[in-house]
Design a protein around this ligand. Structure first.
Ligand code: ZN
Length: 129
């Protein structure tokens, strides 16, 4: 399932709108009912851009989904194949932490190897109340 979600994220990545940073990111969010939502980064020259992982979450949340299992995230410069790991920005880490359980998995690919992290790995001592 991890590999399949990485491949879906790679497909989503092709829809990225990144004329400024020229860095294409894709994400595949898997809900606990095994439905998936894809996202890509969408830049904007005037206001803050939205990252691929938040796009996927916003799509799922806006359709009523609230229980999530994992998210696969891949990124690479425009026109290049995914190679190095692409970790979420601080904004996304905090945003995502609102909606997930401690066993939620962040799935990455690093030079062909699957790497899995939890929110405690990515955002220890996060804001929570
Ligand atoms: Zn982000």
């Amino acid at each position: 399932m991890f590999k399949e979600d990485i491949e879906l994220a790679k497909q989503a990545r092709l829809n990225a709108y990144s004329p400024y940073g020229k860095y294409f990111v894709g994400a595949c969010l898997r809900c606990k009912d095994d439905t998936t939502y894809l996202g890509c980064n969408i830049e904007n020259h005037g206001i803050q851009s939205i990252c691929a992982e938040r796009t996927a979450f916003v799509k799922a949340l806006s359709e009523g989904k609230r229980k999530f299992k994992s998210i696969a995230i891949v990124g690479a410069p425009m026109g290049e194949e995914v190679k190095d790991i692409c970790l979420p920005c601080g904004y996304c880490r905090q945003f995502i932490s609102e909606f997930i359980d401690d066993d939620f998995k962040f799935i990455f690919e690093d030079n062909g190897e699957i790497v899995v992290y939890t929110i405690d790995d990515l955002l220890p001592n996060r804001f929570d109340f």
